[in-house]
Design a protein around this ligand. Structure first.
Ligand code: FES
Ligand code: FES
Length: 161
Protein backbone atom coordinates (compact mmCIF):
# COMPACT_ATOMS: atom_id res chain seq x y z
CA UNK A 1 0.00 0.00 0.00
CA UNK A 2 1.19 3.55 -0.68
CA UNK A 3 1.84 6.01 2.14
CA UNK A 4 -1.80 7.06 1.99
CA UNK A 5 -3.93 5.59 4.77
CA UNK A 6 -6.77 3.37 3.59
CA UNK A 7 -10.21 4.60 4.51
CA UNK A 8 -11.23 2.96 7.78
CA UNK A 9 -7.74 1.70 8.55
CA UNK A 10 -5.51 2.78 11.39
CA UNK A 11 -1.74 3.02 11.72
CA UNK A 12 -0.18 0.52 14.07
CA UNK A 13 3.43 0.28 15.20
CA UNK A 14 4.52 -3.09 16.56
CA UNK A 15 7.83 -4.45 17.75
CA UNK A 16 7.71 -8.15 17.05
CA UNK A 17 10.58 -10.46 17.98
CA UNK A 18 12.85 -7.43 18.15
CA UNK A 19 11.91 -6.05 14.75
CA UNK A 20 9.88 -2.89 14.26
CA UNK A 21 6.90 -2.79 11.93
CA UNK A 22 4.70 0.12 10.87
CA UNK A 23 1.43 -1.10 9.41
CA UNK A 24 -1.96 0.19 8.44
CA UNK A 25 -4.70 -2.24 9.39
CA UNK A 26 -8.44 -2.34 9.66
CA UNK A 27 -9.46 -1.69 13.28
CA UNK A 28 -11.39 -4.96 13.52
CA UNK A 29 -8.44 -7.22 12.69
CA UNK A 30 -7.14 -9.41 15.47
CA UNK A 31 -3.51 -9.42 16.48
CA UNK A 32 -3.08 -13.04 15.39
CA UNK A 33 -4.55 -12.26 12.00
CA UNK A 34 -2.06 -9.45 11.49
CA UNK A 35 0.89 -11.46 12.81
CA UNK A 36 0.11 -14.28 10.41
CA UNK A 37 -1.37 -12.43 7.47
CA UNK A 38 0.71 -9.26 7.37
CA UNK A 39 3.98 -10.22 9.01
CA UNK A 40 4.14 -13.83 7.82
CA UNK A 41 4.68 -15.15 11.35
CA UNK A 42 2.58 -18.25 10.87
CA UNK A 43 4.02 -20.15 13.83
CA UNK A 44 1.19 -18.76 15.93
CA UNK A 45 -1.93 -20.81 15.29
CA UNK A 46 -5.61 -20.07 15.53
CA UNK A 47 -8.00 -22.62 16.97
CA UNK A 48 -11.24 -21.52 18.56
CA UNK A 49 -10.80 -17.78 17.82
CA UNK A 50 -12.91 -17.23 20.93
CA UNK A 51 -10.24 -16.83 23.58
CA UNK A 52 -10.76 -20.35 24.94
CA UNK A 53 -8.09 -22.75 23.65
CA UNK A 54 -4.94 -20.65 24.01
CA UNK A 55 -3.23 -21.92 20.88
CA UNK A 56 -2.83 -18.33 19.68
CA UNK A 57 -0.91 -17.29 22.81
CA UNK A 58 1.86 -14.74 22.26
CA UNK A 59 3.64 -12.49 24.72
CA UNK A 60 2.63 -8.83 24.70
CA UNK A 61 4.78 -6.72 26.95
CA UNK A 62 6.00 -10.00 28.43
CA UNK A 63 2.53 -11.21 29.38
CA UNK A 64 0.80 -14.17 27.71
CA UNK A 65 -2.11 -12.88 25.65
CA UNK A 66 -4.64 -14.65 23.46
CA UNK A 67 -3.94 -12.98 20.17
CA UNK A 68 -7.29 -13.95 18.68
CA UNK A 69 -9.18 -11.70 21.07
CA UNK A 70 -6.77 -8.77 21.04
CA UNK A 71 -7.14 -6.30 18.22
CA UNK A 72 -3.96 -5.43 16.39
CA UNK A 73 -4.67 -1.76 17.02
CA UNK A 74 -4.80 -2.45 20.76
CA UNK A 75 -1.21 -3.67 20.51
CA UNK A 76 -0.02 -0.38 19.03
CA UNK A 77 3.36 0.51 20.52
CA UNK A 78 3.71 -2.85 22.27
CA UNK A 79 6.54 -5.35 22.28
CA UNK A 80 5.36 -8.74 21.06
CA UNK A 81 7.08 -12.10 21.12
CA UNK A 82 5.91 -15.04 19.06
CA UNK A 83 7.05 -18.66 18.94
CA UNK A 84 9.50 -17.73 16.19
CA UNK A 85 11.53 -15.82 18.79
CA UNK A 86 12.37 -19.06 20.62
CA UNK A 87 14.45 -20.50 17.80
CA UNK A 88 17.39 -18.14 17.38
CA UNK A 89 18.82 -18.50 13.89
CA UNK A 90 16.77 -21.62 13.28
CA UNK A 91 18.11 -23.67 16.21
CA UNK A 92 15.54 -24.89 18.69
CA UNK A 93 15.55 -23.12 22.03
CA UNK A 94 15.94 -25.00 25.31
CA UNK A 95 12.22 -25.16 25.95
CA UNK A 96 11.55 -26.44 22.45
CA UNK A 97 14.23 -29.10 22.91
CA UNK A 98 12.57 -30.12 26.15
CA UNK A 99 9.22 -30.47 24.33
CA UNK A 100 10.89 -32.66 21.74
CA UNK A 101 12.69 -34.81 24.28
CA UNK A 102 9.59 -35.24 26.44
CA UNK A 103 7.37 -36.16 23.49
CA UNK A 104 5.19 -33.17 24.32
CA UNK A 105 4.14 -32.72 20.70
CA UNK A 106 1.74 -34.84 18.71
CA UNK A 107 -0.19 -32.91 16.07
CA UNK A 108 1.65 -29.79 17.23
CA UNK A 109 -1.23 -27.41 16.77
CA UNK A 110 -1.33 -26.35 20.41
CA UNK A 111 2.44 -26.31 20.78
CA UNK A 112 3.23 -22.66 19.93
CA UNK A 113 0.72 -21.49 22.50
CA UNK A 114 2.04 -23.82 25.18
CA UNK A 115 5.61 -22.77 24.42
CA UNK A 116 4.81 -19.09 24.85
CA UNK A 117 2.72 -19.69 27.96
CA UNK A 118 5.53 -21.75 29.48
CA UNK A 119 8.07 -19.11 28.49
CA UNK A 120 6.12 -16.54 30.49
CA UNK A 121 5.94 -18.89 33.47
CA UNK A 122 9.65 -19.74 33.49
CA UNK A 123 10.65 -16.10 33.20
CA UNK A 124 8.62 -15.09 36.22
CA UNK A 125 9.12 -18.33 38.16
CA UNK A 126 12.31 -20.10 37.04
CA UNK A 127 11.78 -23.11 39.31
CA UNK A 128 8.04 -23.78 39.53
CA UNK A 129 6.76 -26.94 41.17
CA UNK A 130 5.10 -29.57 39.01
CA UNK A 131 1.78 -28.56 40.53
CA UNK A 132 2.41 -24.92 39.70
CA UNK A 133 3.30 -25.84 36.10
CA UNK A 134 0.10 -27.85 35.88
CA UNK A 135 -2.00 -24.98 37.20
CA UNK A 136 -0.40 -22.35 34.99
CA UNK A 137 -0.61 -24.38 31.81
CA UNK A 138 -4.22 -25.31 32.50
CA UNK A 139 -5.09 -22.09 30.69
CA UNK A 140 -4.40 -23.83 27.36
CA UNK A 141 -5.97 -26.87 25.73
CA UNK A 142 -4.37 -29.85 24.00
CA UNK A 143 -6.46 -32.51 22.32
CA UNK A 144 -3.67 -35.03 21.75
CA UNK A 145 -1.06 -35.45 24.44
CA UNK A 146 -2.95 -35.89 27.69
CA UNK A 147 -0.74 -33.05 28.98
CA UNK A 148 1.75 -35.25 30.84
CA UNK A 149 4.48 -34.79 28.23
CA UNK A 150 3.94 -31.03 28.20
CA UNK A 151 4.22 -30.82 31.97
CA UNK A 152 7.32 -33.05 31.84
CA UNK A 153 8.90 -30.76 29.25
CA UNK A 154 8.37 -27.58 31.23
CA UNK A 155 9.60 -29.28 34.38
CA UNK A 156 12.72 -30.40 32.51
CA UNK A 157 13.34 -26.89 31.19
CA UNK A 158 12.88 -25.29 34.62
CA UNK A 159 15.95 -24.50 36.65
CA UNK A 160 16.41 -26.73 39.71
CA UNK A 161 15.18 -24.97 42.83
S1 FES B 1 -7.54 -19.36 18.94
FE1 FES B 1 -7.22 -17.87 20.45
S2 FES B 1 -7.86 -18.78 22.29
FE2 FES B 1 -8.35 -20.25 20.76
S1 FES C 1 -0.44 -31.84 20.29
FE1 FES C 1 -2.31 -31.88 19.17
S2 FES C 1 -3.56 -30.42 20.17
FE2 FES C 1 -1.81 -30.59 21.42
Amino acid sequence: MSGEQELGSVPVALTVNGRQYSLTVEPWRSLVDVLRGELGLVGTKTGCELGVCGTCTVLVGGDPIRACVMLACQADGMVIETVESLAAEGALGALQEAFRNSHAVQCGFCTPGFLMLATALLRSEPAPSRQRIREYLSANLCRCTGYAGIIDAVEAAAKPS
